[in-house]
Design a protein around this ligand. Sequence first.
Ligand SMILES: [Zn+2]
Ligand SMILES: [Zn+2]
Length: 345
Amino acid sequence: MNNVSHKQRKRRNKNKTPTTESSTTESSTNAKIPVSVNPPVEIEDSTTEVIDLEKFQEKIIEDFQWTLARNMTNALIDKFVELCLTENMIIFGGYVRDYLAKRIFNHNVSDIDVFSYDISGAIFIKLLEKNGFYVNEGHSDESYEILNEKPFDVTKFSVGLMNDELFLGRKIAIRVDFVMSKTWGQPPFKSLDFESNAWIWDRHGIRLSQDTGTELDTLSHRDIKDREAQIITDIRNRTTTYHPIHNDKSMDEINIRRRKIRVERLLKMMCRGWIIKNNPVPIELFSYHKGDQCSICQDIFHSYCLKSSCCEMKYHYSCYIDYAKSELDERIYIRCPQRCSDYCV
Ligand SMILES: [Zn+2]
Ligand SMILES: [Zn+2]
């Protein structure tokens, strides 16, 4: 019913449009006639396609919901960050990087890393609840535990605001990796991988960490300022410098796991479009030709693939990652699957 009457009205409107327009234009010079009396529900392009009013309204509501969700996510993050800084914690990792790059933080993909010298995860959760947040515990990411044997108390949870469901009919939550250590200095705890991850944010502001385990820790005050400017410019150009694990060639379990995480991060960064200076992995992202096969599993490709720069062989992302990790189980360097090159991460 509704649809039919809409269509009829539109058709009628369409026929009327030229006369309505001309009369409005003519009379508008003499008197102020509100344009909204006859709203321009159709926008005519070269194909004279008619906009469906219901779809148009749905789109407006959808846009509004999206904007509302975005604003509520921002409010949630701002409130969370403020509480962390007030409680003398340090925010580090991807969130600070995206903030400096003025990039929208995608809470569906990334989490916020928080470090505390003195407050345990359990106490922090109580504090959040007291301040109007709700907390859900339980997602896993093993990247901190591996930095040393037992230095950290790591708590993973997602956090939202108590009553956002009232407005949106769903909850918005950000994922948090909360790290506590009484004995370790600052993130990234002497194991910086990408320079874009060298930032910390505490109550004094955002600056480069002095505990990266790289030459950044020994720079003079003036050099630090220059370097900060350089790293921010790099981040905005989606570029970063990689710092390999130079000093520790041991093959203990922790080091093997560290290297596995690094090779995975390197490939993930490349696939997200980052340009990595000092990239040790001789692999590039490649759009395959139809029928191309993976040199590891012999299956064809369905999306992008990886291509060795040494021998131009092509691989699935997951096949290559699994292969590189299996290499690290046996030695500290990774060989090209065709044995024509090798590299350390
Ligand atoms: Zn494959
Ligand atoms: Zn090769």
